[in-house]
Design a protein. Sequence first.
Length: 347
Amino acid sequence: MENFLRPVTVLGGSLVLTLIAGALLDLLLRRADTRHAETPLWGLLRRCRVPVQVVLCASLLRGTYRQARILPDHPVGVGRALTLVLIAGTAWLLVRIATVIVDYAYARYAAGESDEARVRRVRTQVTLIQRVVTAVVTVVAVALMLLTFPPMRAAGASLLASAGLLGIVAGIAAQAALGNLFAGLQIAFGDTVRIGDTVVVDEEWGKVEEITLTFLTVRTWDERRITMPVSYFTSKPYENWSRGGAEMTGTVFLHLDHSAPVPLLREHLERILPQIPQWDGRSWALVVTDTTPHTIQVRATATAKDADDLWTLRCAVRERLIAWLVTHHPYALPRVATSEAAPRPGG
């Protein structure tokens, strides 16, 4: 009976202590979060409750499993299993703590910074830092878990003897992956592209939605996602419309007949721009930029506060100018030279 009650008592006691400790920790953090509502740190730390319970329970069982005679016929296996759980739980806890620290630091910075470009830059950096920390902790945890197995330790000498050759082979095989890894770090701290930036890549316009150590995701205007290796952004040219301020100048090109009333078209553009909410009022212009034997090229420019408003502004200007020409000056539209022209008003 003692061989049955002792392990059950130890297991039950460890679970009860773990649950009580987790509940007390959550209660203290909840009270701290209520008292200090101005900072999200205490609320974020509540994410660590479960990994703390796993580490505590594994530690209690690891220190008492021999005295409790839990599976006495397999002490080595039980000890190794508890060690693996303890290592995994500790790694989980470290990752959660690192995530909390990163999220807290970013939230504090974003709350006190009015420059959106700087906020996006810091967001990109802390996201990649978090991924690096997670990767390092995971690799170390896996290595420690493997070292708990004697065959792995016995194979260490032979692995070290061939480390030179394996290093060369691994370096050649992982050249592309390492290139993307260093490119991701270069993007994070070189501030070339940030999460939320508006970019044009391979003639596709969109916003940077996610940046990892190996790839970057661009969400296009039509909700498609383009995934590209981060090394692309360090080796090839691309357009970043968010660099140097979000304000932009957009262009609308019209191909018209030589008889088009350019001064009247310029006056009409001046009248319609205040009616378009996306125009920021900074500047506008309308000029003839080119001519061919059959048409002239008219360029209208207007400014907007960001790339999203600029796209809408360009579409609205193009639509209203063409509609005005069709209604009031149809002769100004391009036509085939052999066709009969519309009569000119008063002509």
